[in-house]
Design a protein around this ligand. Structure first.
Ligand code: GLN
Length: 277
């Protein structure tokens, strides 16, 4: 089969299965298998695809038809210009989370230390370290599989000044940090069943479920973080679009200063931060 024929087959199959971005996903899977880019589809559509590549493609299309996330099939997701390994044990890094990294970057000066609570794939911490000078960091996660994934991602992005610890929130965390960042699970338990199949069936519920009102982890982290922050240290959260008010109030009540909400590129509240004097 030719490249273009294979792509047409994939796009149609995904569209008929009701996959939202059928043609995009069909193209990305083909490019992933054939190590090509968009240009090849446009310019070299007549090129024959190797039989073994065709077979892999048909298999990947079947998996995607069953709503398996594209990133679980390819095993990777780009975030802040870096490529992260992802699997069923970690949340797939979301583009929205880049706003958290960009905001935290503004307070992260040379040589500072960072703690990433609920680190998952490690995408937040590793991006912060990649784009700063002489900073070091610790990532904590309750899941041993997530910690193992984050460690592989550190190697992959060649970041040495980092360690990861299996920890139920701060339980096994030591030391104090200049910045604590966290994108904790924040979907309320009752809303998990409304999520799209790609998320609710394939992504770890541990990384999503924020308790009855979605705020469980914010409260715990807000309460315990001061013991792990250096004087003047910042706490940065990613939040759900309707959580800015609640998280801001909790932080102010707990004594954080200049608590600020920041919007994402869609105009939705996405980040809340403040510092402890
Ligand atoms: N910190 C990781 C991320 O933002 C994982 C977040 C989580 O598991 N809730 O992608």
């Amino acid at each position: 089969m030719k490249y273009k024929e294979l792509y047409d087959f994939g796009a149609l199959a995904l569209m008929e299965a009701g996959i939202a971005e059928a043609s995009l996903d069909a193209r990305l899977l083909l490019e992933f298998i054939c190590h090509t880019n968009r240009n090849d589809l446009l310019v070299h559509g007549d090129k024959e695809v190797l039989k073994e590549e065709q077979d892999i493609y048909v298999n990947y299309i079947e998996r995607r038809k069953a709503h398996e996330p594209l990133q679980h099939i390819t095993g990777e997701q780009e975030f802040m210009g870096l490529v992260f390994e992802v699997n069923e044990n970690v949340l797939v890094p979301r583009q929205d989370t880049e706003v958290l990294v960009e905001e935290a970057m503004r307070c992260l000066h040379d040589g500072m230390s960072v703690l990433d609570m609920c680190t998952g794939s490690g995408c937040i911490l590793l991006s912060l370290l990649k784009y700063s000078n002489g900073c070091k960091g610790v990532g904590a996660d309750i899941s041993p599989e997530a910690v193992a994934t984050a460690k592989r991602n550190a190697q992959k992005s060649q970041i040495a000044e980092v360690s990861f610890v299996e920890s139920d929130l701060f339980e096994s965390v030591e030391g104090r940090y200049d910045i604590i960042v966290s994108n904790p699970p924040y979907i309320s338990t009752g809303e998990i069943s409304d999520l799209m199949e790609e998320v609710k069936v394939y992504e770890p519920v541990l990384a999503l479920d924020g308790g009855e009102d979605g705020l469980f982890f914010y409260r715990k982290i807000i309460e315990e973080a001061p013991e792990y922050l250096n004087g003047g240290g910042y706490l940065f959260f990613e939040i759900g679009y309707d959580q800015a008010g609640a998280v801001t109030d909790e932080m102010k009540k707990a004594g954080y200063k200049e608590v600020t909400a920041v919007k994402d590129y869609a105009g939705l509240d996405r980040v809340v931060y403040g510092y402890m004097s």
